[in-house]
Ligand binder design. Structure first.
Ligand SMILES: Cc1cc2nc3c(=O)[nH]c(=O)nc-3n(C[C@H](O)[C@H](O)[C@H](O)COP(=O)(O)O)c2cc1C
Length: 314
């Protein structure tokens, strides 16, 4: 398959591993890239030294392209970009901040950049700053989402209609039906986060995987609505944060998981587990290669079925 996203990222399947703070590290990113999609390491929460070592680890495991996600509001953003450039990364994704701040450095180094957006206005700004594409993150996605509450189904076609650069759909996609739906809306790629939590190689505690696999359609909730919204699994920890009357700054810090994020230890009751609404569709644990080959075979067979259906109808 060839389109602007496969060309930009150097992959055969335009599917991106959604960066997950302190979860999508070198090994997981490498496994995704080895399987034909685009693996990336989330720089959030990593020291410069750790990011460099995860990039080296990924480089030892695959010579296929991998990326780095840089949340722009975090204090380590500038250093993370410098390390990505030093390690020969060819494409980065950026989120949570103004891409104009770093665009000159990114372009001078010859990198491609996809910026995460949650509204048409944000996407227009990113496009005029000079990003190469946007990742449209819908309200149903796991992790931080926009305050706008626009769903992937509504956001993607609106962006496709006003932008000249390619759009990648993120939020609510976990199987071939979701991938094809995104492409029908005009997306040229997809980014999946929640589905990858229930994979054998995902380095999260078993209880997190089990909760994703056992989730129903109503398993998630929003925290930090006023400050910085984040979609997480419902549990005692998220209920406590929700119920407590906190200042915006406290809510922002706690909701973004500084204190009780799943990767900092704890258990199923005490940790905050970012997760998307699509967890309700995830029913099994898979290996990453198996997941990606099923997804790409599923897209081929479903697109044949759809094309027959519409041909018959016309
Ligand atoms: C546990 C978790 C951590 C995440 N951390 C980040 C992050 O550090 N940076 C970022 O840009 N997105 C982050 N996200 C969002 C994902 O990269 C991805 O865009 C999102 O999960 C896609 O929606 P889905 O969960 O419905 O597949 C996170 C999501 C989850 C579930």
């Amino acid at each position: 398959m060839r389109n602007r996203i496969t060309e930009m990222l150097g992959v055969s399947f335009p599917l991106i591993l959604g960066p997950m703070r302190m979860i999508t590290l070198g090994e997981m990113a490498a496994e995704v890239s080895r399987s034909g999609a685009f693996g990336q390491i989330g720089a959030s929460g990593l020291s410069g030294e750790r990011l460099r070592s995860e990039l080296h680890r990924a480089g030892r495991l695959t010579d296929r392209p991998i990326g780095v996600n840089i949340p722009l509001y975090r204090p380590n953003a500038r250093e993370a970009l410098a390390i990505a450039i030093e390690c020969g990364i060819k494409a980065v994704t950026t989120s949570a901040g103004d891409p104009a701040t770093f665009i000159d450095k990114i372009k001078d180094a010859g990198l491609k950049v996809l910026h995460k957006v949650s509204s048409v206005e944000m996407a227009r700004k990113a496009a005029s700053a000079g990003v190469d594409g946007v990742i449209a993150t819908g309200f149903e996605a796991g992790g931080h989402i926009g305050r706008q509450q626009t769903t992937t189904l509504c956001l993607v076609p609106q962006l496709v209609d006003v932008l000249d650069i390619p759009v990648v759909a993120a939020g609510g996609i976990a199987d071939a039906r979701g991938v094809l739906a995104a492409f029908a809306l005009g997306a040229e790629g997809v980014e999946l986060g929640t589905r990858f939590i229930a994979t054998k190689q995902c380095p999260v505690p078993e209880y997190f995987k089990e909760l994703v696999i056992g989730a129903d359609s109503d398993a998630t909730m929003l925290l930090g609505k006023e400050a910085m919204p984040i979609r997480v699994l419902k549990n005692k920890a998220s209920a406590r944060i929700k119920d407590t009357d906190r200042s915006k700054e406290d809510a922002k810090l706690e909701a973004s998981g500084e204190a009780s994020y799943v990767q900092s230890g704890g258990d199923a009751d005490t940790t905050i587990m970012p997760c998307g609404q699509i967890a309700g569709l995830v029913k099994d644990l898979k290996g990453i290669e198996e997941l990606l080959s099923e997804l790409s075979a599923g897209c081929r067979s479903l697109s044949r079925k759809l094309s027959l259906l519409f041909n018959e109808e016309s």
